[in-house]
Design a protein around this ligand. Structure first.
Ligand code: FAD
Length: 313
């Protein structure tokens, strides 16, 4: 798409040249040419339509917990679609004949908030998501998962808005889910997940709470505190990216303010004013060392926003 040189019309709530760092858990990234916060799907649709009319590229961010934003920022409209907490008025629950329960929520809903909301009401199947800091939309886009479960095991349908304003409802089988990936939703720009329907089971609030407490404890024991985007690399088949990076002696290795965690080597932390370029150099170093030593090509789990890319190995 050609980027319009001057945007002729403005729209309420759209701000210009807004730094993206505060909208990410890494705390890294230059400005969006335009940025707006959307509270619901209708607002996302209105903003996406405006961007298309202005011939601006656009993308949606949720909690910004799985992205590395370029230091030069993003030359288009960034729509922040997130709610702080799971809110009853944006969640709908229906009993199905087979005994399962269909839960429908805005894609901007907090995933961990929704997991808690469901467990308190005896809806089971999302407990594993209690420590994942993103939104439902971000989770379905990257097939987020933990402890052997993932979004692909619970998603029923996803309502998507494409560039050009077309709305489409995709059943789970058409989303092309694989490990931390969805073929259909991988596009990044010009695509918004508006809402998601999940199939859960009737459960017991007490046992759900116990599971969530156990998962949270596991996380506290194995993951570093600090600003990060979670695991930076996908685990290779049958292995652990963190273990391979650790075996290369890279725990604690730093470039500028970006450092490979000494708690979990697949986490990169921003310990101050880290820049995207420093994180990328660390990722390239880790990939190169792992490839030289083990012949394994690590692939990025985090999404790059702007013109960032890994070295070709
Ligand atoms: C401490 C920590 C722990 C983590 N643990 C895990 C874990 O256990 N398992 C795991 O899978 N991940 C984990 N993550 C990564 C991250 O939290 C998840 O991938 C999360 O689902 C991303 O959601 P988000 O809303 O933050 O997405 P964002 O980072 O905002 O966006 C990620 C991608 O999805 C797109 N996107 C977001 N929302 C939408 C939407 N509504 N429509 C269209 N596209 C959208 C963005 O354009 C971007 O390409 C962790 C991260 C941190 C910081």
């Amino acid at each position: 798409m050609t980027v319009a040189r001057s945007v002729v019309a403005s729209l309420d709530g759209v701000q210009e040249k807004v730094p993206l760092a505060p909208f990410t858990t890494f705390g890294i990234g230059g400005p969006a040419r335009y940025l707006a916060v959307a509270q619901n799907g209708a607002a996302v649709e209105r903003l996406a339509t405006w961007a298309s009319e202005q011939q601006l590229p656009w993308l949606v961010l949720g909690r910004g917990s799985n992205v590395l934003v370029d230091d030069g920022g993003y030359e288009g409209l960034v729509i922040i679609f997130r709610r702080r907490e799971a809110q009853a008025r944006s969640i709908e629950v229906n009993d199905l004949r087979d005994g399962s329960l269909r839960v429908r929520a805005d894609a901007g809903t907090s995933l961990a908030g929704l997991a808690r909301w469901c467990s308190e009401r005896g809806l089971s199947g999302l407990e594993w998501a209690c420590g994942i800091p993103g939104t439902l939309g971000g989770a379905v886009t990257g097939n987020a998962g933990a402890y052997g479960s993932s979004m692909s095991t619970v998603v029923h349908t996803v309502e998507v808005l494409s560039d050009g304003g077309r709305r489409c409802s995709y059943p789970s089988r058409e989303l092309g889910f694989s490990y931390r990936h969805s073929v259909t939703l991988a596009k990044g720009e010009g695509l918004a997940v508006l809402d998601v329907a999940l199939d859960l089971k009737r459960g017991d609030p007490e046992s759900s709470a116990a599971k969530m407490a156990w998962y949270s404890q596991q996380r506290r024991n194995s993951q570093p505190k600090g600003r990060s985007a979670g695991c930076v690399f996908r685990n290779p088949a049958g292995g652990s990216a963190g273990a391979l990076i650790e075996a290369c002696g890279l725990k604690g290795f730093a470039i500028g303010d970006a450092v490979i965690s000494d708690v979990h080597a697949n986490f990169i932390l921003n310990r101050g004013q880290a820049r995207a370029e420093e994180v990328l150099r660390l990722m390239n170093t880790a990939r190169r060392r792992v490839f030289e030593r083990f012949g394994v090509r690590l692939e990025s789990e985090i999404r790059f926003i702007g013109p960032l890319s890994l070295e070709v190995l």
